[in-house]
Design a protein around this ligand. Sequence first.
Ligand code: BGC
Length: 266
Amino acid sequence: MHISLQGQVALVTGGSSGLGAASARALADAGAAVVINYHSQAEPAQALAAEIIAAGGDAIAVDADISKEDEVERLFAQTLGRFGQLDILLANSGLQKDAAITEMTLDDWNRVIGVNLTGQFLCARSALRQFIAQGMRPELSRALGKIIHMSSVHQTIPWAGHANYAASKGGVDLLMRTIAQEVGELKIRVNSIAPGAIRTAINEDETEGDAERRLLELIPYGRVGVAEDVANAVVWLASDLADYVHGATLVIDGGMSLYPEFRGNG
Ligand code: BGC
């Protein structure tokens, strides 16, 4: 089955690496023009935009700290200035600042909540306003617009040593479901993806050598994921093939959330 997002514009936050970069590439492969948002990594974001253009697509890279309201507004203004419309938001930016709860600083708490949760709120709010302003274009999609929140299995699995991160993802779950309940009647589709262990820079210490062997005990399907496992789902969720999927979380984790410790009868 061929999925076409031809004529649509997608904004991917945190698009310079990991799940964001793979998803930006996949959305472009499906025909969407892509805005690759980055914060610190200008060079890989611009290289990815150049790669997409060289392959016959269209893309720009835009710097913005999505935890800041004025920067999000500028990001959307630049998106609309260049492409004149927005059809798909992948609210993907996320980071970890891990520490035992007794050692966790308020700065590290605030930074993780700021990017992972407040950033998703700010970007979703701007996207919703734009979808409503531009109106329905049935030649492009059955939905007025599509938002995909990047969550984590840790929206449900508690994670010792990562209280800020787990709290942010638990927040993303109810943020997504509440927005979905609120805007469904406008035909705006809102969903989340909850990845498990996917090999990216965020978890490189956990996915190599002995750590990888321990990690694999938590993954019934027996492999660590790759970014394309998530990117393929992003393209499907953004497309009309998923037109009746709304307020859902698609867990992509090789079974990590199936309580694998119970495989030996508990
Ligand atoms: C985290 C990764 C971790 C995975 C499974 C993700 O949300 O960002 O570091 O490997 O969850 O625990």
